[in-house]
Design a binder for this molecule. Structure first.
Ligand code: FAD
Length: 373
């Protein structure tokens, strides 16, 4: 059978493009994924105890884009959810991002917001040219808070010291002088009411879309007949690593069910300093599910394994630019998504990127038009 588009990857990037091209442009689509399921890294499922878990770590939907919300709302209802994270430091569970309560509880102070701002100004170390993740934090909150909350976590997460990592990693995490303990401040923060996979099922349920799961594109590419390819896997792998491997950080997930109703006070607790794992997630606190037991996941960062995080270092960005140039030269191959463009994108950004590519492919004039077309 001949397809208008073969799409490699059934995550957000691939599924959004398949849905738009199939339902709005009447294109015949084949989606291939090497995993045995749709949803990419956002895949969730009921485990053997009937508890909804996120197979590849906790995914919290947050965005400031009304277009992205409008688009996804065609496929799911939402459950309001504001993400809050605690960090286990010096025997206490303290709010992260660092806020007024974090500092007051950690040191036994009773600062007001103004006093905390003065404190940060007094302990922050002046850095002339902020380049690294260490520079960002040390200049804002000083060395002690940096050591307690950031250094160990970042070393575990990325396998390198924050002094060797691009500033964008820790720039994502704000420091607050008020008591706001939300992890994200986006306008829309919610979870798909019946989970991500149910949402993806609706997106790809169309007679123009065929799925080939549990199949690596490389193994079948010579047998396929198609006009255009949309590739959401790793861009370096597509080109057989011709310029060398782009570094990715991976994770090992240790999923467990424990025989208690309630495991920890919030859905995610970070462990910056103790243990080999970085954090523990308790899913019922994300999904609102009620169950006499509870499921948790320990996350162990590692070098080997599925590529999860592009590693933001200048030399990696330079290597990616070589692949990007090659990618741009491919007339009928389109690279999109977190791995296809080697960018640390959140789900909403990937949806927006995919809608923008759709718009380009069909010649729509705006994101709104891409959604309404
Ligand atoms: C631990 C973790 C937590 C996260 N938490 C959040 C969060 O809270 N909020 C948020 O907004 N974002 C979060 N993200 C980011 C989010 O996962 C991504 O933005 C999103 O999943 C990217 O979608 P994608 O389609 O680009 O890639 P993916 O979901 O990775 O999909 C790519 C798919 O391509 C398939 N593939 C690759 N190569 C091949 C091949 N050769 N043949 C066939 N198939 C192939 C893969 O199997 C995969 O299913 C998190 C990411 C991780 C790793």
């Amino acid at each position: 059978m001949h397809f208008d588009y073969v799409i490699v990857g059934a995550g957000f990037a691939g599924s959004v493009l398949a849905e738009r091209l199939a339902t709005q442009a009447d294109k015949k689509i084949l989606i291939i994924d090497k995993r045995p399921h749709i949803g990419g890294n956002a895949y969730d499922c009921l485990n053997e105890d009937g508890i909804l878990i996120h197979q590849y770590g906790p995914h919290i939907f947050h965005t400031n884009s009304p277009e992205v919300v409008t688009y996804l709302s065609q496929f799911t209802e939402w459950r309001p959810y504001e993400h809050r994270v605690l960090a286990s430091v010096d025997g206490q569970l303290l709010p992260i991002p660092i806020n007024l309560d974090t500092v007051n509880k950690l040191y036994g102070f009773s600062f007001t917001s103004e006093e905390l701002a003065d404190y940060f100004a007094s302990v922050g170390e002046p850095v002339k040219d902020i380049k690294t993740s260490e520079d960002v934090v040390v200049s804002q909150v000083g060395r002690d808070l940096y050591e307690k909350f950031f250094r160990g976590y970042t070393r575990k997460q990325w396998g390198v010291d924050p002094s060797e990592l691009d500033k964008m990693v820790t720039s994502r995490i704000p420091t607050r002088t008020n008591q706001d303990d939300r992890y994200f401040t986006d306008q829309f923060q919610c979870m798909p009411l019946h989970g991500y996979t149910k949402m993806f099922e609706k997106m790809v349920a169309h007679s123009n879309i065929q799925l080939m799961l549990g199949t690596d594109f490389k193994q079948v590419k010579d047998e396929l007949s198609y006009d255009e390819l949309i590739y959401t896997g790793p861009v370096d792998e597509y080109f057989d690593f011709c310029f060398g491997k782009l570094p990715y950080r991976s994770l090992r997930f240790d999923h467990q069910t424990v025989d208690v109703e309630d495991y920890q006070p919030v859905s995610v607790v970070n462990y910056p300093n103790d243990h080999a794992y970085t954090r523990i997630t308790e899913y019922k606190k994300l999904t609102g599910q009620e169950h006499p037991k509870t499921s948790i996941t320990f996350e162990y960062p590692q070098d080997e394994g599925d590529p999860y995080y592009p590693v933001p270092r200048p030399e990696n960005a330079a290597l990616y630019r070589q692949y990007k140039q090659l990618a741009d030269e491919q007339k009928s191959v389109h690279f999109v998504g977190r791995l296809g463009t080697y960018r640390y994108y959140n789900m909403d950004q990937v949806v927006a990127q995919a809608l923008t590519l759709y718009k380009k492919l069909v010649g729509a004039d705006s994101l709104q038009e891409a959604i309404n077309s």
